[in-house]
Write a protein of this length. Structure first.
Length: 409
């Protein structure tokens, strides 16, 4: 699904938060660029200490995953050189790494203390409120509890609240945050929309949805015929009730070989095999995503959304699927900062049609979804939002979210 990944903050200005991609970095003897690991985001998240050596940290993590010395060394080298990265939840606790869980609540008995474990261990939650007769009241109550716990948490608690489009309270849900301050919220909102709604949609509800998405960037949309659909807090994958997931990423920028001026698909395959084996030792419900796609395109001199760019992405994901890797794309903001590359498959410059084509190319290979927001110009209208939703649906995407950037023209 493509959902608002920013969780109550303004959308990322990628050019301000990530260094400009460069094609002139010093390369090693094999033709790969030298590593540039930035441990500051890990220190900020209290994952490692300020004086802790990053290489020693990666050695420790690898030792917790593999007992075999060769495998241990292979994974550690990949982490040190920036070819792969694990989610921050793995770095916090490799034995209990699930970064987020999909939760099924009993409408008759919601005990707020139930969430303490998730908040204390920096795990996000996804909750579908479609079985609640009073979903708005419950969402507000749970969100308030999360905010009360926030000052004492390792990192800000996060969640996603979902509601089926046919719920009697859907309009109230859609407009829940229209006049809200994002700083007061730990939860993103998303509407679950089935095929029947698109075939015979309620125009009043749909127009309400378009208006709210344009004005506030919420709710997001998930395309599913399962009214009780639940997912992780980043909406990277659909989950069973009370199921969690673990995420890892490959840094596509690292697989550009300067000597050959091409993508090293052979080494990509080797790397994916090691990462898949590591994830199997960590969590059976683990997914692999990507980051550094825009950086790779820059090095190849391919324009984002072009035939060549889409062809590279298609081939990369085809390699992953040939190895039966489970794939899902999360926002990976922290890990992108650690590696100094653009997150996920984000472009350097925004172009909605090219973004949608890129998402279409990726989605067909994914077991999960793509957590992503389409950034709109400040002169956009509900017609633009409508076009994006319909295009996403026709492209087979599992969801969509938009955010109007008041500064973007």
């Amino acid at each position: 699904m493509i959902l608002n990944p920013i969780n109550q903050v303004k959308p990322i200005n990628f050019l301000n938060h990530y260094p400009a991609v460069r094609a002139d970095l010093e390369s090693d003897s094999c033709g790969f660029e030298n590593p540039r690991i930035n441990k500051k985001p890990l220190v900020e998240r209290k994952i490692i200490a300020q004086n802790e050596n990053i290489n020693t940290f990666f050695d420790k993590i690898s030792s917790q995953i593999f007992s075999n010395n060769k495998e241990k060394e292979e994974l550690s080298n990949l982490l040190k050189k920036g070819f792969v990265t694990l989610s921050s939840s793995c770095y916090l606790d490799i034995k209990n790494p699930s970064s987020a869980l999909g939760i099924e609540l009993d409408p008759k008995n919601v005990d707020l203390s139930y969430f303490d474990d998730f908040i204390d261990n920096a795990k996000g939650v996804g909750i579908n409120f479609s079985n609640f007769s009073n979903p708005i009241e419950e969402i507000i109550k749970i969100n308030k509890y999360f905010k009360q716990k926030e000052p004492f948490a390792i990192r800000p608690p996060a969640g996603i609240a979902l509601l089926n489009i046919n719920h009697p309270k859907i309009e109230e849900f859609i407009q829940l945050k229209n006049n809200a301050d994002y700083n007061d919220w730990c939860f993103d909102l998303s509407v679950v929309i089935d095929d029947e709604f698109f075939n015979n949609r309620n125009e009043k509800v749909y127009n309400c949805l378009l208006d709210s998405m344009l004005k506030k960037g919420e709710p997001g949309i998930i395309f599913s015929n399962n009214k009780n659909y639940i997912c992780d807090c980043c909406a990277a994958a659909e989950l069973k009730p009370n199921e969690g997931l673990t995420l890892a990423q490959i840094n596509l920028a690292k697989f550009y070989n300067y000597k050959k001026n091409s993508v090293d698909y052979k080494y990509l395959k080797k790397t994916l095999k090691i990462l898949k084996k590591a994830l199997n030792n960590i969590d059976k419900n683990a997914y692999i995503g990507v980051l550094g796609y825009q950086d790779l395109l820059y090095k190849l001199n391919f324009e984002y959304g072009s035939k060549n760019a889409l062809g590279v992405l298609d081939k990369i994901l085809k390699v992953a699927k040939s190895l039966n890797c489970k794939m899902a794309f999360s926002p990976n903001g922290t890990t992108s900062r650690v590696l100094g590359v653009f997150p996920s498959i984000e472009p350097r410059e925004k172009d909605i049609d090219k973004e949608l084509l890129t998402l279409k190319t990726a989605q067909k290979y994914l077991d999960g979804q793509i957590s992503k927001t389409i950034i709109l110009d400040n002169n956009s209208t509900t017609k633009d939002v409508d076009r994006i939703i319909k295009t996403a649906k026709n492209y087979g995407l599992k969801g969509i979210s938009v955010f109007k950037d008041e500064k973007k023209t």
